[in-house]
Write a protein that binds this ligand. Structure first.
Ligand code: ZN
Length: 179
């Protein structure tokens, strides 16, 4: 009888200590999660003015962007093909918005399209928005940054697997952050 009681106490003690360990692990995981969230927030909070992007005036954008960035991001301009600094970039990393630094495309989705503009077959979920564009007598889908609504380029349906899409993006709309 005594042995049974001792055994029960032992098992209970063991279970308790296991449980404690799990609590510690959970806490650690939570901490990691928090750190990741803070990192992501820092990444997108490079807003230089004390107002939301939607309230930026043209002059505000002119103050924080270069002339080329302003013409493409805010005026929907297109850089000349084969001139972009990121066209031939093959390094591993993340392509972020030149206007607000939001992460937009991953290097593993970049491919050589031969068009003269950086091309990707996919974007980072939630950070890029597709908008109907009927300008210049064409029906196209414009691609904009979901955070600052800056113009990035267009998307076409002649890309490679797995999506079959080609995000044709101006180099000037992007900054590159190596891994
Ligand atoms: Zn942006």
């Amino acid at each position: 009888m005594k042995t049974k009681l001792l055994l029960t106490i032992l098992v209970a003690g063991l279970l308790y200590s296991c449980n404690q360990k799990k609590v510690v692990t959970d806490k650690k995981q939570e901490q990691v999660k928090e750190e990741v969230i803070i990192e992501l927030t820092e990444e997108i909070s490079t807003n230089k003015l004390d107002k939301e992007y939607k309230d930026y005036t043209e002059n505000d954008w002119k103050a924080v962007l270069t002339d080329d960035e302003f013409n493409v991001l805010r005026k929907k301009g297109t850089e000349r093909p084969f001139t972009g600094s990121l066209l031939a970039n093959k390094d591993e990393g993340v392509y972020v918005c030149a206007g607000c630094k939001t992460s937009l495309f991953l290097s593993e989705t970049k491919f050589k399209s031969g068009t003269g503009w950086p091309s990707f077959y996919d974007f980072i979920e939630g950070n890029v928005e597709n908008v109907k564009d009927e300008s210049y007598g064409m029906s196209r889908i414009e691609v904009v940054c979901n955070t600052c609504k800056g113009h990035l380029g267009h998307v076409f349906e002649d890309g490679p697997a797995p999506t079959g899409l080609r995000y044709c993006i101006n180099s000037v709309s992007l900054n590159f952050k190596a891994d």
